[in-house]
Ligand binder design. Structure first.
Ligand SMILES: Nc1ncnc2c1ncn2[C@@H]1O[C@H](COP(=O)(O)OP(=O)(O)OP(=O)(O)O)[C@@H](O)[C@H]1O
Ligand SMILES: [Zn+2]
Length: 291
């Protein structure tokens, strides 16, 4: 049986899986992200069991990464602030030990592809994760976008909410960029309470929805996608989607036509952050036929 590999290299955990030709999960494990060598050894050990049938592997990584073909540092995690992981040749390490064909992309691009694959008639979409950080993957006519690197949709500048002027934001690079103002840690920085535990009637949710709606606005105007998917831990708040939609409608003010709002701004179709795994299987399979 032909098998395809998925590696979701996250800042807190690695999820490794193998899937079949129908992109169904055959086996999956996860373990914490520790130091690079230790974590990548665990990854290699996992895939060794499937080596005889493994055709190709797609790696979806936290970033920034170098995914530019022909670049000297292709396959590296580059300038990440994550301790020990800057300048890590992740694809080099894996290819040396498990010599199959590899695809390399960002975590959010793989999620975006996963969401594309499981939805009918969608080939242009934007996927955001709003978790420990904010990231976005853009698929345009079936292809991810980028030139000298991948997009960094989480670090755009946004207009401040009038009730949030005193908050400086928590992005280590930019302070009050989108991620600094609206990712999970900003909720705790403002309120002293973890996002999971903040009550639904707290005013911070409207502030946060205002920022996420601006991200949706930027994506709408820049890419005109068919659909915008909002994933990540923060979107598990069941009231957030509605708040974001209503802020977005106000911001857009009818300027361009979009699909019906409930079909346009949506939660992931694959549960438990599983979009990246499906996306990876699909990318690994595609890589076999396009190389
Ligand atoms: N139900 C929730 N409501 C609000 N905030 C939440 C909820 N669940 C998780 N968070 C916040 O989201 C962040 C964790 O995000 P997530 O669960 O997506 O994990 P992650 O994979 O580490 O994030 P990332 O996608 O940035 O790598 C934390 O800041 C946490 O406080
Ligand atoms: Zn930033």
């Amino acid at each position: 049986m032909k098998l395809y590999g998925s590696i979701e290299a996250g800042g807190t955990k690695f999820v490794c899986a193998v899937g079949n030709d129908k992109l169904e999960i055959i086996d999956i494990i996860q373990f914490p992200t520790t130091k690079p060598k230790e974590t990548l050894e665990m990854t290699v050990n996992y895939f060794e069991r499937f080596k005889d049938n493994l055709q190709s592997v797609s790696v979806a990584s936290f970033g920034p990464i170098d995914m530019v073909r022909g670049s000297k540092t292709y396959g590296y995690i580059t300038s990440t602030p994550k301790l020990f992981w800057d300048n890590t040749n992740i694809i080099g390490f894996l290819k040396d030990r498990i010599p199959v064909i590899y695809y390399f992309t960002t975590d959010v691009n793989a999620s975006a592809f996963g969401e594309m694959v499981v939805r009918k008639d969608v080939d242009s979409l934007v996927y955001y994760t709003i978790g420990t950080g904010i990231g976005g993957g853009v698929i345009q006519s079936g292809h991810e976008i980028g030139g000298v690197g991948h997009g960094e949709l989480g670090h755009i500048y946004v207009a401040k909410h009038p009730a949030d002027y005193d908050f400086d934001g928590v992005c280590p690079f930019h302070g009050a960029c989108l991620e600094g103002l609206a990712a999970g840690p900003s909720l705790e920085a403002r309120t002293g309470i973890k996002g999971e535990l903040i009550p639904e009637n707290h005013p911070v949710w409207d502030i946060q929805a205002f920022y996420i709606a601006q991200a949706v606005m930027q994506a709408t105007l820049s890419f005109r996608p068919q659909i915008i998917v909002l994933g990540g831990g923060v979107m598990k708040q069941s009231h957030m989607l509605k708040r974001v939609k209503s802020e977005f409608i106000k911001l857009l003010n009818g300027y361009v036509s979009i699909p019906p709002i409930d079909d346009y701004i949506v939660l992931p179709a694959v549960d438990n952050n599983g979009s990246a795994t499906v996306g990876n299987f699909w990318l690994a399979k595609r890589k076999l036929t396009t190389d």
